[in-house]
Design a protein around this ligand. Structure first.
Ligand code: CTP
Ligand code: MG
Length: 232
């Protein structure tokens, strides 16, 4: 019954943005006239594929209720957790009565506001018939060095190295079970790593380089530049 399979977006947005070093969590900094998280959510909503967008928000967050998008009919709020993986698992648990085991969940960082509909559609079209799912990723153009201290001890074969982006797209039950099994494991920095721990091999789908994560102060200007030059 593939006809009844739904797509859900899960957006972890409960981080404090330590590396950004700003007066508020980075998802609430302004970028081209809106906060970072508003760009992210409005772009996900505009893609028009999701039954709902579940956003994990910290309980001490005074900024979220101030945003108009927080009351959008397709936005559901869940409690954030200690680490990113805890926030994602909390969101998945909150959807228990809404999502079916085989539904697809696309987890996307609130801090990636330049996500495009083309990237979302490309990810879905590439994986919709896959058993496990997979992630958007970027191949590495630079030569990659293995370093100890400040000395190079080897060169990596970059054909095998990809940078993991989001969205990361997995079946609801597979993802929830994998994150539950990995709870508290600090090595789980994205969804794919939780599935890898289960012995599964998620696919990679080449993403666009403009889908950057706002991490450090200079990334805001870069995101603004990309937004001004995006046409979809
Ligand atoms: N995130 C979350 N819950 C946490 C930690 C992070 O939902 N406990 C979210 C962030 O809000 C962000 C995404 O996960 O949208 C990616 O994480 P990251 O870029 O590391 O954001 P922060 O943890 O906020 O930043 P930093 O690591 O610099 O503190
Ligand atoms: Mg973090």
């Amino acid at each position: 019954m593939t006809d009844s399979i739904k797509f859900w977006a899960v957006v972890p947005a409960a981080g404090v943005g330590k590396r950004m070093n700003a007066d508020r969590p980075k998802q609430y900094l302004e970028l081209a006239g809106k906060t970072v998280i508003e760009h992210t959510l409005l772009r996900l909503l505009k893609a028009d594929v999701f039954a709902a967008v579940v956003v994990a928000i910290s309980e001490e967050d005074p900024y979220w209720p101030e945003l108009e998008v927080s009351t959008h009919e397709k936005i559901i709020t869940a409690a954030g957790g200690k680490e990113r993986a805890d926030s994602v698992l909390s969101a998945l648990k909150s959807m228990r009565d809404l999502a079916s085991d085989n539904d697809w969940v696309l987890v996307h960082d609130a801090a990636r506001p330049c996500i495009t509909a083309t990237d979302i559609q490309h990810l879905i079209a590439s994986l919709v018939n896959d058993e496990v799912g997979g992630i958007l990723a970027l191949s590495s153009h630079d030569t990659l060095k293995n370093v100890q201290g400040d000395s190079i001890v080897g060169t990596l074969d970059r054909r095998h190295i990809w940078r993991a982006l989001t969205p990361q797209m997995f079946r609801y039950d597979l993802l929830k079970n994998a994150l539950e099994a990995a709870e508290g494991n600090p090595a789980i920095t994205d969804e794919a790593s939780a599935l890898e721990l289960q012995g599964l091999q998620p696919k990679i789908v080449e993403g666009r380089p403009d889908n950057i994560k706002i991490t450090r102060p200079e990334d805001l200007e870069l995101a603004q530049f990309y937004m001004e030059h995006q046409h979809d």
